[in-house]
Unconditional design. Sequence first.
Length: 324
Amino acid sequence: QVFRSQLSISSVSDQDACRAGLQPVSRWKAYGLRGYPGFIFIRNPFLPGCQRHWVKQCLKLYTQKPNVCNLDLHMAPEKTADLWGQSKEQLRRKGSSRCEPRSLLEKLRWVTLGYHYNWDTKKYSASHHTPFPSDLAFLSEQVAAACGFRGFQAQAGILNYYHFDSSLGIHVDESELDHSRPLLSFSFGQSSIFLLGGLKREEAPTAMFMHSGDIMVMSGFSRLLYHAVPRVLPNPEGTALPSCLDQALSPDLPAGSVVQHSSDEDWQVCAKYLQSSRINMTIRQVLAEGQKFPEESGTNLKGQAPSEDSHHQANCTAKRHKPD
């Protein structure tokens, strides 16, 4: 069922790919699945050491305000202003005992970027928007262009933080107003099983592994397919972290690179977190060029997130995250 996908090599220069922390597109290993037109699976196209940048951003930078996270539902704003600062020492000292209290970063389940998804109404709105991270927008634009979607605009992001007891229930990402643009999914850390289903919930899915650095693109027919993540699994290499995360970043970064060096101290915290966790970034274009949101009436900004844990609770048939 698996075949090699043709990418648009000329749409992304080697220099721009390198600036995003990616190998030249001509070296990417991209695959499709028969029966799932528009689905593209790209096996870890990142340059050595570059995954570390995105892990650090997801834990240290993207968790900061004005971005929104699940902990905002349960804690005062001043308590969630610096999750990294409040967690790094506890994470660094953490042993293997499951009895130790969890840090705030370990209680994190999701963060939203750009247009913030309202988990109650399952909609985006013009009134709840903050600037989208420029480095993540650049990465997303290069991947989308390589897959034939030049002009893709990264307007919303949902970052999901998984642990070994986490899962993502079966669902469809249909809240974006423009379904002609792809959904991009980036995975870092421990591995998982991904289920790609059909247009109806009851259709039998196809299962596949997702490992650190893998990218999935859902477009066209596959853009509105049901999918789920029923299991997070230890890295199959048998080591605490995948070998691709042990690689150091080159000291010579190209001019204009969005990837930055991580300090040894910061990476120690990230590495400790990833020993039992997986991070997934899903990036979306919400509006078509020139499109606007319909007139909003009685928008309830209080319900910017679900009462339990993200995505992970909506129409969920698989095991849910434990609520915080």
